[in-house]
Structure formats: structure tokens, C-alpha cells
Write a protein that binds this ligand. Sequence first.
Ligand code: AMP
Length: 439
Amino acid sequence: MSENLQEEPQKEVQNGFHEFKLNKQLLEAVSKVGYQTPTPIQQKAIPLILAGHDVLGIAQTGTGKTAAYLLPLLMKVKYPQGMHPRALILAPTRELAIQIYQELQKLAVYTGIRAACVYGGLGPKIQKQIIANGIDIIIGTPGRILELYFDGTLYLRDIQTMVLDEADRMMDMGFMPQIRQLLEVLPTKKRQNLLFSATFPEKVERLSEEFLEFPMRVEIAPQSTPADTIEQYVYYIPNFQTKLNTLTHLIQFEEFKKVIIFTKNKTQANHIAQTIEKMFGSVRLIHSNKGQNTRIHAIEAFKEGNIRFLVSTDVAARGIDVQDVSHVINFDVPLVYEDYVHRIGRTGRAFKNGIAITFCNEAEKYHLRKIEKIIKMRIPVLSLPAEVQIEETPFEEAQEIAREIDRQKRKENPDYQGAFHEKKKTRKRKNKQKKQRHK
Ligand code: AMP
């Protein structure tokens, strides 16, 4: 971090982190942020990374995985030195990059280590300036890192440690070509590689084979299992308007202290945010059309507790690290099933309890079953509170739901002709008969 952030360590206090071979500056920072006990991923990964192994970490967000790699990484980087970064951390989204940077700032506070966080969406001028002043660690999204490498701003030949965080998301977002390009330009000699991923599908397994050398694997929760600290529920709700009624009914209660509402697209996100704003006032909205600064400010305001409600599309879901989120509400069932785990991972972070509630209409039940398969549990269904006004499903929405159910049936059974198909066929036949009659 920049020198003016460097502070003198205070009196050392013993805590669970003293069993690791970390230096005084880091132990002191850990006490300062208030971590008492290492989380399971930290327990397992820190000694292995300190010993110099390549590590494959399967751990979800909320398990403390960031500090699990940052602490040994900071131990290795040790102090500010030279001009060029010696460690590179790649993250799939700007929000996650910022979150890693913030955690690093906290943990590096007594070390003087300099870091920069770079991502697209913002002009590179300030980022370039920070890099030009000399840095020890670079954090960023793959595209921007490559850009800065190609234009000569970033010198990457001194990189000795590389971290891929949320590798599964990185694959989903199509970053593989950029990662490959980066791997080609990085020095391979004596480089330590760390790969963290919430899930471990085949594509991540293939990447880990390419990227890691004799890795030690540490796995925390079984694959895709949401942290135990999260209570999950589902409401079956027939349509959008009734979902909105349910939402506004629920969030009027005080226990809904800090709520993130996820929804599938920008239009719905806007609609939901407007409704909340009318009824409750404090709300912020983040999605990809919002400028980067607006997104950062929205997350900050929510973090600091100035607003109770944050409405978000999936784009931003991964990077949000906010303490004490009381509830995550999935306004609709995520169609990228792993997103469910990421979305609800916003609550129940590190030892805290959270509640995740999913709204599910008739067409979404199909996807809910698939998610239940992945998380290996049945999500308990709650009955709609009596006060919630159940609305008629408008014709267009009903059609859309029926069409979607048709699609699902066809997907499961290619021979299935479907209600719509039937109707179309009958209509065609009738038209033909009509024409013939007219001849
Ligand atoms: P992560 O899984 O890295 O996103 O971390 C989730 C949250 O847990 C972050 O807000 C961290 O600040 C916090 N955290 C990390 N390690 C610990 C720990 N040992 N004790 C308490 N909180 C922690």
C-alpha cells in the first residue's frame, strides 16, 4: 500500500493465526481487522502456500479464501522492492478485484507493500500512474491486465506468484483466451501458482492441469454446497406482480436489515428498485449499464449501512463483499445454476448467519430442481403469507410461462410435441380447411 498508509504495529495479541509462520506485521494486521480464528480454508491453505506449493483451493466466497491466499502471498512479497510487480492476482469482475484489493489493504497495512487494482470501465490514466510509481502486487481483470501489458505499462517478467481467483466464473465469462495469453508472457521459472474456485467443473479441472504444477488440493465445503451458515427457503409465486407484492411485504419487517435482491435482467431490476424506492425510500441499483463509479458508490453506501436494499443483476453478484447481509432474495431462479451458490454466498459470510429466499414461478421449478441437485439438498418451501395479495397472471406472462414449460419438456423429451405445437398444427389444419372451402 502507499507509504502514507503504513502504520506502526501496536502491541502483539495472540490469536489463532500465531500458529502460522507469518511475520509480526501480518499478525498484527490480522488482529487489527479482528480475525480471531483461521477459517477452515485458511487453516489448510496457509501452511501449504507458505511452503511454496501450487495450491488448488475449492472454496466458496464467504469462507475466508481471500485472506487464505493473501496472507502467505504478502509473507512472500514481504516488503516494497523495485518498480515491478512480483505477484499477480486475476479476478473475473471489477467488484471482486476491488474486494481483493480492499482485503489486501487491510492485511498489508503494516508492511508498506504497494498494490494496484486495475479493471476496465474506468480510464486507465490513474491506474497507469500508480503502476509507474512502482508496485509489488497487481490485482485486476484479465482484459485490463493484458491491455496494460501490451501498451508497455505493466512489466510482468518479475511475477513469482500468480493467483486465479474464482476460476469457475472466469471460465464462464469467457476469459480463457486472455488467461492463456498471459500465461505465455509470464516467466514460468519458479513461479508459484494458486487457483481458487467455488465449484470444480471439468473446465476448471482442465485449467488447473494446465496452470498448476503438482498442486496440493484443499477443499472446504463439498462441491457447490452453500455454506452451512445460510438458511435457505423458497416461495412458489405465480407471477411477477405477486413476486413484487411478496417482496414488499417481507422487507417491511425489521429483521430484513440489509437485503440484496438479485434479479435476472436490468428491466426487472429497475422495476423492483423503483417499487422499493416508492415504498421504503432507501435503495440502490447495480447492473452493467450503470457506470463503474455508480456501482462502487452503491456498494459502499450499502456496506456502510446507509441503505437497506441493494438490487443487483448477476453481473455484479460475485464481487460484493458486504458484512452482515441479513437476507439475499432471489427474485427469480438463476438460470446459470452455479449463480445460485454465488448469489446466496453474499449472506452467511464467515461465521455469520444469513437467510436466502428464492421466488419461484411454475416455469422456474424446473431450474430449481436442477439447483437442488447441485447443492444436494431440497430447499424448504414456505407458504405465502396470508397478507400477500395474489394477482392474476397477465395473458402475456402466462403465455411466456407456458412456452417455457413446453421448452423444458421438449428438452427432457425430444419427442414431446408440446401444447403450442399442437395448437399451431390445429390452427394450420383449420386454415387449410378454410382455404379449401373457399376454392
Ligand atoms: P472471502 O471468502 O475471502 O470473500 O471472505 C469472506 C469474509 O470473511 C470477508 O469479509 C473477510 O473479511 C472475512 N474473514 C476472512 N477471514 C476471516 C476470519 N478468520 N475470521 C473472521 N472473518 C474472516
